[in-house]
Design a protein around this ligand. Sequence first.
Ligand code: IPM
Ligand code: MG
Length: 359
Amino acid sequence: MSKKILILPGDGIGPEITQAAVDVLQVLNNKFGLKVETETALVGGSAYDDCGQPLPETTLNLAKEADAVLLGAVGGPKWEPLDIAVRPEKALLGLREELSLFANLRPAILYNYLANASSLKYDRISGLDLLIIRELTGGIYFGKPRGVEMRNNERVGFNTYIYAESEIKRIAHVAFQSAQKRQKRLCSVDKANVLEVTELWRNIFNEISSQYPDVELTHMYVDNAAMQLVRAPKQFDVMVTGNMFGDILSDCAAMLTGSIGMLPSASLDANNKGMFEPIHGSAPDIAGNNQANPIATVLSLAMLLRYSLGEETLAVKIEEAIDAVLANGYRTADIALADEKSVGTTEMSQAIVSELLKV
Ligand code: IPM
Ligand code: MG
C-alpha cells in the first residue's frame, strides 16, 4: 500500500525548498521502489491570504490523514501586523498541538567541509554530533491561564509554565531511548534551582533513569547549558529539555554547525507519525531568488523516511548523496566561503538528484 505525505510549502523560500524534497522523492519512487504519494496544501501566511486562516480546516484534516507531513517554513514581514491568533506561526503551534507532536528532535551535526563557517574554533566543533530533544506541546508555550489584562489600572501580561507528570514521562522515555541508540549520555536541562515545575521535571527524570541503567543521566541548569554549548559543545550527546528552553538552546546549537540552512528536525507523536521541517525560517529576503539552501529540507525528508516510514536505507542514501555533493564542492550562498563559487537552489537540488541516480 502506498503511503501519503502531505507537503506544506508555506511562505517565503518554503515553496522552493520543498520542491527539492519532492524532486528527491520522485527519484526514490522511480528508482528505489518507494511507494509514496504526495498532496500539497496551504499553510501559514499563504493560507491566511487565501482564506483568512493560517491553518485551514482542510489542511489540518489532510495532515491528520497523512502518514507524515513535510513543511517548508512559515511567516514573513507581510503578516507581522496581524493579530497573534492568525499569524503564520500559529499554524505551526496548531499542527503540533492537534497532531500531538510532543517530541521534537533537532540534531546538530557538523559537516567537516563546512567547519570554517562555524563561529567557534575548529577544535571545539570538529566531529560535533549533538541531538537536542525538545518537549513540543506543553510548558509555557501552551500553559493556561495566559493573556494580557488590566489589573490596578495597568496592563499585566502572563503565561503559565506547567508540566504534568505524564507529559514529562513520555518525553523522558523518548530521550532515554534516543540516547540508547547513540553514545548513551543524556543531559536533562532545567532551572530546578528556581522553578518548581522543573524541579518536578528533574525528579521524574531521576525516577525513570532506573529503567535505563545503560544510559548516563546528568542534569544542568539552562543558563549553564547555554554557556557550555558555546564553550565545549562536544561534551554533549543527547540533551533534553522543555519547550521554551529547547527553542532557545536549539538555535544556539544550530549555529555551532555554521549554517542553520543545513539542519533538519522531526516532531513526533507517540506512534512516530510526524511533521518534518528545516530548522531555519522562511527567509523572505531571498524568497523567489533561487538562492535558498534546500539541504535542511532534503535532510528533513530523510528523517521522515527514517522515523515515520521506517525506510532507514533510503534515509541513509539521501544523507550520503548530500555528503557527496558537499564533498564535490557544491555550496549555496549561505555555506560558501568568500572565495568559493555558489550555486542556486535548483542546481543544488539537481546535484543531489544526480548523486542519487548514480548509486
Ligand atoms: C521553532 C520556532 C517556533 C517556536 C516559532 C516559529 C513559533 O522558533 O520551531 O523553533 O518557537 O517553536
Ligand atoms: Mg525556534
